[in-house]
Design a protein around this ligand. Sequence first.
Ligand code: SF4
Length: 249
Amino acid sequence: MALPEEELLRIDDMATLERVVKGCTRCRLRAGCRGVVFGDGNPRARVMLIGEGPGADEDRLGRPFVGRAGQLLDRILAACGFERQRHVYIANIVKCRPPGNRTPTPDERAACLPNLRAQMRLVNPVIVVLLGSTALQALIDPAARITRARGRWIEKDGVWYMPTYHPAALLRNPSLKREAWHDFKLVIDKYRELVDPDHYSPHHPPTAMREAAPAAEAASRAEPGTGAMPAPGQGLAGTPEPGAGPGGL
Ligand code: SF4
């Protein structure tokens, strides 16, 4: 059973919406999966991350982004200073696992979009990170390409969308991690601009701190023994040079 979109959009709490969507049979994907994978994180977060669809681990455990790609996403979030259950809400374009992890078809995406739109209405994020081309095409432009769109903000109806690579693409091609980290640093900057100017990221300090660090280093060189100095090759203690991805991602 599936409610029409106008009824989904009238639901005003996430627990009720989850219960309703878990009964959805609007497309063929429901017949081939264990269950609907609804979402995860803080329903009041100001940042929403949207991926493609559940894989085998997500289907088994009933939560989005819990396999290898999800573990990588958690490491990226940690580098940003974001906690999954506090700073973000995570969902997918389709909520049932496509067979063999194939890309969901346009009609499957269209069938599931009312569920996602109802989630987005309740979360009401100011920043949405689009993880991969399926999310980009479903929410912004069916003809868009992630390789061209990534790393540039798209403002739509007062919401700031940042397209970037899906973590599964980063696992397949680790050379893309540098670009993905560039995109997530823009997300951190936007979060400081729109949500919390004091947001702490262990790998991307605020601009003022980044600018102050070389000056402090120079002053310390002039007066040996003053101030805590970053190790050679690092911007701030434990922080890679700007442009480099955090180690261990
Ligand atoms: S993928 Fe979405 S539309 Fe299709 S059955 Fe699952 S919840 Fe419903």
